[in-house]
Ligand binder design. Structure first.
Ligand code: ATP
Ligand code: MG
Length: 291
């Protein structure tokens, strides 16, 4: 089960003579997995994830979700997708109706619908007071949270997010990532397309790296760093640079806390080095004295 992509190729119509946007892509995303998809601009990341819930259909190859073809309507519910400019996706008169839209399309009514709306709202940490407001009266950050809640109200099995932290301030980024972690703990599979690897790698179980429509790497975050793929997250790069200057630090570092712990080694090592130096110096002086 899971999301299964087999030999997927795709060209945008009108661009058939040019390079395909996806070329022979195969991958599997297990149920409940946290996956990061990385790669340069134009690598094909957005095109790939649009195949996960049937927004795009394969030109060649096959995509299934828990064994279902992506043309199946149930796949739209199973795979929740948050686009790059999700705040522009809102269209209902009130936040309540915005959140009820998805589940009511799938036949959910009455108390169950109400429960879904409140559950989704609490997952994005918004207050019930917001339900009667017009989505258009909200701040950009609130709009994004409402858009995410609208998807969560469908209780997706997989949540796919395209650059979810782009344009957010550092505090909002950290909060969003915390929310994603909470949602993942509820056994929802998370697929995040991100250029900011340092902020998503700590949570990831798998990294898929794309280049020019192909997958060039699949593996754990540790393997990704060891393989030396770019982009290397800044903290790992710092460790690499310090090692070039003679330090002996771990390079599979994702978080500031881990980096701090490694850097403290330098402090501990320094007095030792100084002592060695002064002992060596003393020995040399002694040797000279004896000569
Ligand atoms: N609607 C479209 N029509 C024609 N070509 C497109 C369309 N959308 C994307 N492409 C092309 O397909 C290729 C892959 O684009 P895609 O948007 O999947 O890349 P991406 O990895 O998501 O990039 P970014 O990091 O910039 O979002 C690019 O060459 C792009 O120009
Ligand atoms: Mg994209």
């Amino acid at each position: 089960m899971g999301i299964k992509v087999e030999n997927l190729s795709y060209s945008y119509s009108g661009n058939r003579k040019g390079k395909p946007a996806l070329e022979n892509v195969s991958l599997e995303i297990a149920k409940g997995e946290f996956v990061v998809i990385s790669g340069a601009a134009g690598a094909g990341k957005s095109t790939l994830i649009k195949h996960f819930n049937g927004i795009l259909h394969p030109e060649n190859g096959r995509v299934t979700v828990d064994g279902l073809e992506t043309r199946t309507r149930e796949v739209r519910r199973k795979v929740g997708m948050l686009f790059q400019h999700s705040q522009n996706q809102l269209f209902e008169e009130t936040v309540y109706r915005e959140l009820a839209f998805g589940p009511s399309n799938f036949g959910i009514r009455g108390e169950e619908l109400d429960k879904r709306v409140h559950e989704a709202l609490s997952l994005v940490h918004l207050d019930a007071g917001i339900l009667d407001r017009s989505p258009f009266s909200l701040s950009g950050g609130e709009k994004r949270r409402v858009a995410l809640a609208g998807i969560l109200a469908l209780r997706p099995t997989y949540l796919v997010l395209d650059e979810p932290t782009a344009g957010l301030d550092p505090e909002s980024r950290a909060k969003l990532l915390g929310r994603l972690q909470n949602i993942h703990q509820k056994r929802v599979g998370i697929v995040v397309v991100s250029h900011n690897l340092e902020e998503v790698l700590p949570f990831a179980q798998k990294v898929i790296s794309m280049d020019e429509g192909r997958i060039v790497f699949t593996g754990s975050p540790d393997e990704y760093l060891r393989a030396g793929y770019s982009p290397v997250p800044p903290l790992a790069r710092l460790m690499k640079e310090l090692n070039k200057k003679g330090a002996d630090l771990r390079e599979d570092i994702f978080t500031a806390e881990e980096a701090l712990k490694e850097l403290q080694k330098l402090r501990q090592e320094k007095p030792e080095r100084d002592r060695e130096k002064s002992e060596k110096g003393a020995a040399e002086t002694e040797a000279q004295d004896n000569a």
